[in-house]
Design a protein around this ligand. Structure first.
Ligand code: SAM
Ligand code: SF4
Length: 361
């Protein structure tokens, strides 16, 4: 059987695992062909609009111990914080006044009634302060069906819950071996979120220790199979106060992980042309223009950080996380200029919902 060229693969509408591996391994001219084809597919399908989601990392308190994450429960070096309602609402008001279409509320995972009630209250307040105009995405981990439903009714309409890896074996290697960190539970949560009516988003980390190209190709097929509406995926970046740091010698270089993440975005755009794909913040930790590069090859969502500056240093998921003490992201002209350079036009004041979601419903 003849080996297919990248040039031919990028013209297809359906992709086998072998096709996807070939795309992820593309170098030189082939890599360029992939990037150009993905950008073209994006422009043809959803246009050049880029949507803002103002990111508010409102608490770093977490009950879980994911082996890769800097704010895992066992990291005692982290000073735990919870932003006040006033601080969170001020960040959301900034987003609304600057015509960001939506905000993302993200935190560590807690399921206490106090936490669930607090998020519920915040959702209602955000809807109120913005005359129902701000779209709200939540990213607060695994919760019960009742909680997801309640939050949906209070105004959240999108939810991000990365599967991290679609390989149960790899998932088990990067999480503690206890029922709190169950691959099946995470999958079930994604199903429940969709049933509740959310636009469901998931994604994976790219360049994890032990991860193979075949697993990454399977990750792409997994995203297609579960028919997600939006994807956020970015490079894995080590953090010295985490157990996975012990395997840093086995990692690809940061530049290679960055490049692989771009190829994943491009391949996903070919595979799922009408979904929303976020330009992950972790890209920016490796390359200051990383997010813009992702926009240029298929991403269409960017998440400027609105977390109050004092808290950012305590939301260090990985080393070199950007924007620690500056508000560069909030400089509207700078962001606008960078996005225009990447060929994008900002969808001010629009929710920028996933087209895929409406087709599915
Ligand atoms: N606690 C919620 C959860 O885990 O779904 C939401 C917040 S969590 C910090 C958001 C995402 O950060 C995770 O899904 C994971 O993919 C990413 N993340 C954590 N540690 C990372 C690392 N070292 N490198 C890259 N991404 C990381
Ligand atoms: Fe907690 Fe999320 Fe970090 Fe896991 S990835 S330790 S759930 S904040």
């Amino acid at each position: 059987r003849g080996v297919k060229n990248v040039k031919d693969i990028v013209l297809q509408d359906t992709f086998s695992k072998e096709d996807l591996v070939a795309l992820l391994q593309a170098e030189g001219n082939d890599r360029q062909l992939l990037f150009e084809a993905a950008y073209e597919r994006k422009i043809q399908t959803i246009g050049n609009k880029v949507f803002f989601r103002g990111l508010v990392e409102f608490s770093n308190i977490c009950s879980k111990d994911c082996l890769y994450c800097g704010i895992r429960k066992s990291n005692e070096k982290v000073v735990r914080y919870e932003a006040s309602d006033e601080e969170i609402l001020a960040a959301c008001r900034f987003a609304w006044e600057n015509r960001f279409g939506s905000v993302v509320l993200q935190s560590g995972e807690l399921s206490s009634p106090a936490f669930v009630n607090r998020v519920d209250r915040l959702l209602r307040s955000i809807k109120q302060l913005s005359n129902n105009e701000l779209g709200i995405t939540l990213s607060c981990g695994e919760q019960s069906r009742e909680t997801y439903r309640r939050w949906f009714e209070s105004g959240a309409h999108r939810y991000l819950l990365r599967i991290e890896s679609s390989s149960p074996e790899l998932y088990a290697k990067i999480h503690p071996n206890n029922p709190q960190h169950s691959f099946e539970k995470r999958l079930e949560c994604l199903r429940v979120l969709k049933n509740c009516g959310y636009q469901a988003g998931t994604g994976v980390m790219i360049g994890l220790p032990f991860q193979t190209m075949e697993q990454l190709a399977d990750d792409l097929l997994f995203l297609k199979k579960i028919d997600v509406d939006m994807v956020g995926m970015g490079p894995y970046i080590e953090h010295e106060d985490t157990p996975l740091y012990a395997f840093r010698n086995q990692l690809k270089s940061k530049q290679e992980r960055f490049d692989l993440a771009l190829k994943m975005v491009a391949a996903l755009r070919l595979l799922m042309p009408d979904i929303n794909i976020a330009a992950a913040t972790a890209l920016q930790a490796i390359d200051p223009a990383g997010r813009e590069k992702a926009l240029k090859i298929g991403a269409n969502v960017i998440m400027p950080n609105l977390t109050p500056c004092d808290f950012r240093k305590e939301y260090q998921l990985y080393e070199d996380k950007p924007c620690l003490d500056e508000d560069a992201d909030l400089c509207r002209n700078c962001l606008e200029a960078r996005i225009e350079l990447a060929g994008g036009e900002i969808g001010y004041g629009e929710w920028g919902d996933s087209r895929h979601f409406f087709k599915r419903n």
